[in-house]
Write a protein that binds this ligand. Structure first.
Ligand code: TEU
Length: 554
């Protein structure tokens, strides 16, 4: 029997504040801007906000390079603004989850500055330093953003490890002072009244003893030595004990390269975390060059992955988008012919599978991927470094020959400004936005979505309402039907004597569905097409990307 908790019932809305709403006209989204838009969240019906990092930071990786965990980056506003945001959210019964970055800091952080200048001082052992030949990195591990994961520091005359950008040195979690400092920081925020943390790359904290070379044929060289490393459960249990135990704050682990077996252990009743993010379904479209290629996927692949995680884990985190992923309607749907239909079909999956759904800003209005004419138009450090690396290695000739991959994949797709209305810069800012607005903003924006019927936005609102009313959609068991159907995604959610049947034609052609799962007296609860009969009356005739929910007795 699943224990009932607030975060299982919640729909979470992710805000990437840099691109959400700019109140002071500097082109950079901010906390007062978020406060100005809370009515949108209230109307959408979400229960919780996950806010991407707003701490002091040089912004090389848009805030995942933290230089002070207890201060707000001035372009986002002040600590008073942050306090007001928390108050305004709570006044609307919306919780707040902050983003914590425990694996690395910015190289501007005082800890790193002192670590490099005073090797024998208090912070000397806060990072992963190795002596040795300045021309030869200590091992062959790669940075996720491309190139070696090591940088030689001329001041300390030693190498430091950075699994991400060169400005993001990895903390040394073997050092108990580091673990205490991170727990203190998290407790400091919890005492301010927040409702939990999303923990960045938290399965990478423990590195293998001796830092051995990795297998170069691995997609991310070295990862077998730092993904779910030898002491990871010890570190996470300690965080649980010192930070989360005895509170109802949620602990959400973001975990690259996470497999189901580890996910189960991390979220077991006596495990350290409540929720984990895995990336298997958003890796289905990788190609031969991994992320920097576009590969083929089909509905059977998507169903197989989602179904395996539904069956394998008691409680999933459900997402198709976040600030690191392209727009889901462009990636999994059809953002030209069937934008409304496919965005709402995806919304149906997101909001009716078993687990906690995460809606990323703009997803609720069906925002799409952008166009990026040259590498100079890209802000994302991940894309810029990796593409430069591929060009330098001769793997691709120039930007033009990899442009289709970049436009499909780059994290900038998620970071173009939120589209509020059809005024200049989509109503995001009165100034010059830090990243250009998607060209389609005059057509796709919150105001126009509120006017047109049907709309992606009103569908999200309706489904979120339904999820709140119908407990089977939260706590009900999940069963797939017709797993081998190449066009239809069909499953039931059952709680006691109540059952919801979810039927989705996830294809761009019409489909007929004669479903054993559906009773003659089932009644339509919700759908993304108009004029659908209230009762099934025989086989269903479904249009492209049509989604329907029926209610019936179990
Ligand atoms: O991302 C970590 C990361 O590597 C994955 O999210 C990756 O995108 C995924 O495995 C899909 O391939 C986190 C943050 O979300 C990201 O914005 C930061 O740049 C990164 O950590 C470093 O802090």
């Amino acid at each position: 029997m699943t224990e009932r908790t607030w975060w299982k019932e919640a729909v979470v809305y992710q805000i990437y504040p840099k691109s959400f709403s700019d109140a002071d006209g500097d082109g950079f989204g901010d906390l007062p801007g978020v406060i100005d838009r809370l009515d949108h969240l209230e109307r959408l019906g979400v229960d919780c906000v996950w806010l991407n990092p707003v701490y002091q930071s040089p912004q090389r990786d848009n805030g995942y390079d933290v230089s002070d965990y207890r201060a707000i980056y001035p372009e986002f506003g002040t600590m008073d603004d942050w306090d007001r945001l928390l108050e305004e959210l709570h006044a609307r019964d919306i919780r707040l989850v902050m983003d914590m970055v425990p694996n690395h800091t910015s190289s501007d952080h005082e800890w790193f500055q002192r670590s490099r200048s005073e090797p024998d001082g208090e912070y000397g052992d806060y990072y992963i330093w190795r002596d040795g030949d300045p021309d030869e990195p200590p091992n062959n591990w790669e940075s996720f953003f491309g190139g070696s994961a090591w940088e030689y520091d001329a001041e300390r005359e030693a190498w430091y490890l950075h699994l991400y950008d060169v400005s993001q040195p990895d903390l040394n979690w073997r050092n108990p002072d580091v673990r205490d400092a991170m727990a203190d920081t998290m407790n400091w925020w919890l005492e301010k009244g927040i409702d939990g943390f999303r923990l960045d790359v938290v399965n990478l904290l423990s590195k293998a003893e001796g830092l051995p070379d990795g297998d170069p044929s691995n997609d991310w060289t070295g990862s077998e030595h730092f993904v779910n490393g030898p002491r990871i459960f010890e570190y996470l249990d300690e965080i649980h004990e010192n930070v989360f135990a005895g509170t109802d704050a949620v602990a959400i682990g973001e975990m690259p390269n996470l497999d189901l077996e580890h996910a189960r252990r991390y979220t077991a009743p006596d495990g350290p975390l409540d929720l984990v993010f895995h990336f298997e379904h958003v890796g289905l479209d990788f190609g031969e060059r991994g992320r920097w290629d576009v590969g083929d996927w089909d509905l059977l692949d998507l169903k197989e992955t989602l179904d395996r995680w539904q069956g394998g884990l008691d409680w999933n985190s459900l997402f198709f988008e976040n600030h690191d992923q392209p727009r889901s309607v462009s990636r999994f749907g059809d953002d030209e012919r069937y934008r409304y239909e496919s965005a709402t079909a995806l919304a149906t999956i997101l909001l009716t599978l078993r687990g906690t759904p995460f809606v990323y800003q703009g997803q609720e209005i069906g925002m799409t991927n952008g166009t990026f004419e040259s590498l100079d138009d890209i802000s994302d450090v991940d894309t810029v470094r990796n593409v430069r690396e591929l060009i330098a290695a001769g793997a691709v000739a120039d930007y033009e020959s990899i442009r289709h991959v970049v436009e499909h994949r780059t994290r900038d797709n998620a970071r173009t400004p939120m589209q509020w209305d059809d005024t200049a810069h989509a109503g995001f800012t009165d100034g010059e936005p830090w990243i250009p607005v998607n060209e389609n903003y005059a057509d796709i924006n919150v105001a126009s979505e509120r006017e047109r019927t049907p709309s992606v936005l009103s569908f999200y609102e309706a489904l979120i309402d339904l999820r709140r009313e119908r407990e089977a959609l939260v706590y009900g068991s999940y069963d797939i039907h017709r797993p081998d159907d190449e066009q239809l995604f069909v499953y039931t959610r059952t709680l006691d004597d109540d059952q919801v049947v979810v039927v989705i034609n996830f294809s761009d052609s019409a489909a007929t569905a004669d479903l054993d799962a559906l009773d003659a007296e089932a009644s339509l609860l919700c759908g993304n097409y108009d004029d659908v009969a209230a009762e099934p009356n025989g086989p269903l005739e479904l249009g492209p990307y049509e989604a329907r929910l029926y209610g019936q007795s179990a």
